[in-house]
Design a binder for this molecule. Structure first.
Ligand code: S3P
Ligand code: PEP
Length: 430
């Protein structure tokens, strides 16, 4: 993709459904009794991989554009897959499905693409093994391909060493098949869609906050069946983030993004925009399927650098690539800390972000758990190496709109992972 600088992004858009909630609609719908309907489902490659895996486990799933109908099999109705489960590029699919597969009577194998098979799986293998699961890394490198055979699960009380919703969700889903109570304590609350949705599906799940709402424990007790739901998936704030950033940094812009999920465990980007001096307003706040949503109005603003660290990090972890682009356009220095998790995403995002910022003329240095960005110098066009990471492709497409000259985004088709119509949405604002 070749992009050049522009001014005046104006208009009203919607962004596709939330990726995390779309995955969970398929996963919980498959193991619930009855027919689950998910509307505004994200038709991105990651969520389609989840559909494909559950079809291989015997679940009938109909897809009519962005409506998905899942004919649930109940907690004990999945059937042995005839083939390896291909999770492609999706960490969420890998870790959440593993929790469920450890509770089944049959064997299964999970594998993904080159990037996925390099991502750490010890973080789920360890707690699942403590629960009595039989899960192993086929290449013995603590990564996928994973091999799961029948185990007898019992509940554990696990304190998660990483702030990860995927780890938490994996353990809670395994807890549906375990004897006794399973709980997961996190020092910082990660996205809580699994907890909210499990409660809506009728699971016996409670969540308690300690220490000023930061340290949180989610506990699940097995036994009860889950029951199908109708789910209205809100727009994905991680996808809206590119248009929020573009609206702020492209001169003379005003963009209204309709119906975006603003669950507080996901909305750290909004706080960062405010702290950087961005003109971002929430309108029409409402709740849908237990998730908060709003329209987001963005106008061009002069941003300034800030420090982003601590408990806000999990609430904006996927938005850091585009926040880094905003930081490059802001006056002064932005420091990002406590974000070591970026090193184990689709790429080592600390390196991919800082390498590409430097290529565009912004001084940016990686640190072990974040980066330091010297903002306020004009960006210039460059060749952006996405390394097939969808978030790097989209973040640097936004940078290209504010950079002098032409920017080449290599392998830009990787946006299909979470936002296939990304470039079409931009067309609507020209
Ligand atoms: O649970 C989820 O849906 C997700 C959790 C996050 O990963 P971690 O839980 O590994 O931080 C996030 O980066 C990913 O895009 C989606
Ligand atoms: C990290 C991401 O997703 P996953 O972990 O599901 O691959 C992402 O979408 O940025």
């Amino acid at each position: 993709m070749e992009l050049t600088n522009i001014t005046g992004l104006k208009g009203q858009i919607t962004v596709p459904g939330d990726k995390s909630i779309s995955h969970r609609s398929i996963i919980l719908g498959s193991i619930a009794k009855g027919t689950t309907e998910a509307h505004n489902f994200l038709e991105g490659a990651d969520c389609l991989a989840t559909i494909d895996c559950f079809r291989k486990l015997g679940v009938e799933i109909e897809q009519k554009q962005d409506t998905v109908i899942v004919h649930g099999k109940g907690l004990y109705g999945l059937t042995p897959p005839s083939d390896i489960l291909n999770v492609e590029n999706s960490g969420t699919t890998t870790r959440l499905i593993s929790g469920i597969l450890c509770g089944q009577e049959f064997d299964s194998k999970i594998s993904g693409d080159e990037s996925l098979n390099l991502r750490p799986m010890k973080r789920i293998m360890e707690p699942l093994t403590q629960m009595g699961a039989n899960i192993s890394s086929i290449l013995r490198n603590d990564c996928a391909p994973l091999y799961i055979t029948k185990g007898n699960l019992h509940g554990i009380h696990y304190t998660s060493p990483v702030p990860s919703a995927q780890v938490k969700s994996c353990i809670l889903l395994a807890g549906l098949y375990a004897e006794g109570e399973t709980s997961v304590t996190e020092s910082t609350l990660s996205r809580n869609h699994t907890e909210l949705m499990l409660q809506n599906f009728g699971a016996d799940l409670t969540s308690s906050h300690e220490l000023l709402d930061i340290r949180t424990t989610a506990s699940i007790r097995p036994g009860s069946e889950l029951y199908a739901q109708k789910i209205m998936v809100p727009g994905d704030i991680s996808s809206a983030a590119y248009f929020i950033a573009a609206g702020l940094i492209v001169p003379d812009s005003e963009i209204l993004i309709k119906n975006v999920g603003i669950n507080p465990t996901r909305a750290g980007m909004l706080k960062v925009c405010e702290d950087m001096g961005g003109d971002v307003t929430l309108l029409n706040e409402h709740t849908s399927s237990g998730e908060k949503a709003a329209d987001i109005l963005v106008r061009t603003s002069q941003l300034h650098g800030i420090t982003i660290e601590g408990s806000i990090i999990p609430a904006l972890i996927d938005e850091i690539p585009v926040i880094a682009v905003m930081a490059a356009m802001a006056e002064g220095t932005t420091i990002i800390r406590d974000a070591g998790e970026l090193r184990v995403k689709e790429t080592d995002r600390i390196e991919t972000i800082t390498d590409n910022l430097r290529a565009m003329g912004c001084p940016a240095d990686p640190t072990f758990d974040g980066m330091v960005i010297e903002g306020g110098r004009p960006l210039h066009g460059a060749t952006v190496h996405t390394l097939f990471d969808h978030r790097i492709a989209m973040a640097f497409s936004v940078a290209a709109l504010a950079a002098e000259g032409t920017t080449h985004i290599l392998n830009s088709e990787c946006v299909d992972v979470s936002y296939p119509s990304f470039y079409d949405t931009f067309e609507l604002l020209l």
